[in-house]
Every structure is written in structure tokens, then in C-alpha cells.
Design a binder for this molecule. Structure first.
Ligand SMILES: [Fe+2]
Length: 391
């Protein structure tokens, strides 16, 4: 199964939604397409008012959209920063020589992330695309929680399951704190070191005892998520080589988001992939590695150009994705900042590709490699890749 096959199977895609870099040349349908029917096969959709994501606002003046994006970015930064602090304190406690044996469950972090995502704040997804300079474990755990919750909301999971899912994302790599030196090692790991790393799900499960107030049923589900998020649909994962029917549905979501997050972020031993390219890899591997329904929902929720992605349009102009358009995975709303000669536009321009049938995304771009005679712009673009607060 290839990238293009999966896209063709999506019933809500516009007819011109072919895989990049093929240009989109036909008119697109009106943006008010009917909502996509769920393709997730493991968890039935259970619409509830409390988890319904607000619809995308209709086209508005650029200034209004700019203000909304700026307000979303401010709020997302505040919540993301706080959440990183909570994780850092938890991890440091567990790593200390005499850790406290009772720690509060970080439920508030999850409720805040859910509230932001439900309000349509896609700047949170853009923040989760950034890299952290030193220890990546906190940010990785938080990012996996953010992407998992975004999927969970797209599936209309009830609030209780969203809480478990979010906590599962936050805590899935808890056991890695015992192997931090190996996780941060730049050289290729030896077979002995790899077998140590494969113990981290069991270590993570053991660390759950630090949360004595966890309800028994939630603790049991978290036990399964932590233990199974490194299993793979075809049986090639670890620690137990489970196959798709044996893996907890929430562990499949966390496992998929874990891989997506890892591919799209730099590690001491390799560079990152652009989000669009990482999604293509997941699609190409989904038959052996992942649950197809979960992969489809990830693409429905993130689109093929997730928020924060830097892109070049067929006009030559460049900018970043600021909002997805549900059901139109190749036609997000973008904020253009550069012209076709890689010069800064006199003022940023918002383009909703859902309503501009002539324009299309010609390529996904690594903004840190963009060449321009505007040195300041190049520095700004590189700086935007990194999260440097509160670590
Ligand atoms: Fe992970």
C-alpha cells in the first residue's frame, strides 16, 4: 500500500488531492465540505458535546486572522511552558537519589491541552513541531501527549478516555529516564545497549507506583499504554512482539504519535524529517507497523501539511501553515512571508488554499535551509525551529 492509495481511499478528499509534488490543477470544492466519516476501526466514535472541536472560522480579514494566531501562540506558549515544567519536575524527582514516593497525577496539564485543542488552537501543534536543544525527553513526552490528544479529539473519544490517552502520552517513556545517557548518546547503540533500552517500558510501568491516587482502572490502562506503545501491528515491536489485535487501542495512538514525533525531531545521532515527509513514511509502512485506521485519522487530524510546516506555493511564495482545513489535507490556510525570490514580503499575506483553486503547495520546505539575501530573515527562521524557554 502506498501513499497515493491511502489518499485515494479517503472519501472526503477533493478529487485533485493527489500526493505532492504533483500539482493541483482542478478547481477545489467549496470549503464547507461535510465532516469526514471516521475510518478508525478500533474505537467507535462516540460524539459528546464536551469533546467536540470547534469548527474552522469562515474567511476573515487578514488582520483578524493574524490577531487570532498571535493570541493562540501566546496561550499555547504559556500552557506548553507550564507543562514542560511539570514533566521536568516529575522526571527529576524520579531521578533523584531519594525520590518522593507520592507524586500528583498531572491531570491539569491534560485538561489544559484538551481545552486548547478544542478551542481550535493549532499553534499548540506548531509548538510541538519545534525542537529542544538539550534533553529531548520532556518535550518528546509532551509532544506525544499533544498529538495523541489531537487524534483522540478527532475520534470524539469521551473525556475520561482522553485523560487516560493524554496521560499515556506524557508517561509512555517514563522508563527512559533510567537510560537517559543512552538516549542522548550520539553514536550508534551496541546490541547490549539496545537490549537495555528495550527494558524501558517495564521500568515505566514500575514507576506508575509514584501516583498512589490514580484510580485502579486508569492505572491498568496506563500500564498497558506504557507497556505496549512500542509494539507494532505486524508483531515487530517490543517488548512482547504483540500483533495488532492484542495491542490496546490507546497504545496504538500513543505508539503512532511517538514515531511521528521522533521522526520530525532532531536527535543527537540524526537530523529531523519534515512533517510531510514523515507522514509519507508512516503511510508507506502502515501495513506492517501501524493500524491503518489510526494512520488515516492522524492524517485527517494533522492534514498532509501539519500546522507549523513551512511550505512553498506554486506562485513561488513561502510561508507556514497556520490552520488546517478539515477534509482538505493538501489545502491548509497559510501565512506567507517570502516572495518567489526569497525576499521578505512587505507585509505577511494570509491565503486560504481551500478558496484559491489556482494555487497549490509545490513543496514542503526546511526553513532552516532557506537561502535569502535577507540575513535577519534567515536567522529568524532558524530561531523559530527551537524551543528555548523553561528547560
Ligand atoms: Fe517515545
Amino acid at each position: 500500500m502506498k501513499f497515493s492509495d491511502l489518499i485515494k481511499k479517503k472519501p472526503v478528499d477533493p478529487p485533485e488531492a493527489v500526493p505532492p509534488p504533483a500539482p493541483v490543477s482542478k478547481p477545489v470544492p467549496a470549503p464547507a465540505a461535510p465532516p469526514a466519516p471516521s475510518v478508525f476501526t478500533q474505537i467507535p466514535k462516540r460524539p459528546t458535546e464536551s469533546t467536540t472541536v470547534q469548527p474552522l472560522p469562515a474567511d476573515e480579514p487578514d488582520e483578524v486572522i493574524e490577531q487570532r494566531v498571535a493570541a493562540h501562540a501566546l496561550k499555547a506558549t504559556e500552557v506548553y511552558s507550564e507543562a514542560l515544567g511539570v514533566l521536568r519536575d516529575l522526571f527529576r524527582n524520579l531521578q533523584s537519589p531519594e525520590p518522593q514516593s507520592s507524586w500528583p497525577v498531572p491531570k491539569e496539564v491534560i485538561f489544559e491541552l484538551i481545552a486548547l485543542l478544542q478551542s481550535g488552537n493549532e499553534e499548540l501543534l506548531a509548538l510541538a513541531d519545534r525542537s529542544t536543544p538539550d534533553n529531548y525527553l520532556y518535550a518528546h513526552s509532551l509532544n506525544v501527549a499533544v498529538f495523541s490528544l489531537h487524534l483522540g479529539l478527532a475520534m470524539n473519544l469521551p473525556k475520561e478516555e482522553l485523560l487516560t490517552l493524554g496521560l499515556g502520552g506524557l508517561l509512555h517513556d517514563l522508563g527512559m529516564i533510567r537510560y537517559e545517557a543512552l538516549a542522548l548518546k550520539a553514536a550508534k547503540l551496541s546490541p547490549e545497549e539496545m537490549s537495555l533500552i528495550r527494558k524501558h517500558p517495564a521500568d515505566g510501568q514500575a514507576y506508575l507506583s509514584v501516583f498512589p491516587t490514580l484510580p485502579a482502572d486508569m492505572k491498568e490502562q496506563l500500564f498497558q499504554i506504557i507497556g505496549q506503545s512500542h509494539e507494532r501491528a505486524g508483531g515487530g515491536g517490543y517488548p512482547s512482539g504483540l500483533t495488532t489485535a492484542q495491542i490496546h487501542p490507546l497504545a496504538k495512538i500513543v505508539g503512532l504519535c511517538d514515531i511521528y514525533e521522533a521522526l520530525t525531531h532532531v536527535r543527537p545521532w540524526r537530523n529531523r524529517m519534515l512533517p510531510h515527509d514523515a507522514l509519507k513514511v508512516l503511510i508507506d509502512q502502515f501495513e506492517t507497523e501501524f493500524d491503518p485506521g489510526t494512520v488515516r485519522t492522524l492524517i485527517e487530524a494533522l492534514s498532509l501539511y501539519p500546522p507549523g510546516s513551512f511550505i512553498r506555493l506554486s506562485s513561488g511564495e513561502m510561508g507556514r501553515v497556520i490552520f488546517t482545513n478539515r477534509g482538505l489535507p493538501t489545502r491548509p490556510k497559510v501565512r506567507l512571508i517570502m516572495d518567489g525570490q526569497n525576499q521578505r514580503l512587505s507585509r505577511p499575506k494570509i491565503v486560504n488554499l481551500a478558496t484559491h483553486p489556482i494555487l497549490f503547495i509545490s513543496e514542503s520546505v526546511d526553513e532552516t535551509h532557506v537561502k535569502s539575501s535577507d540575513q535577519r530573515l534567515m536567522l529568524e527562521l532558524r530561531a523559530q525551529r527551537w524551543w528555548v524557554k523553561g528547560l
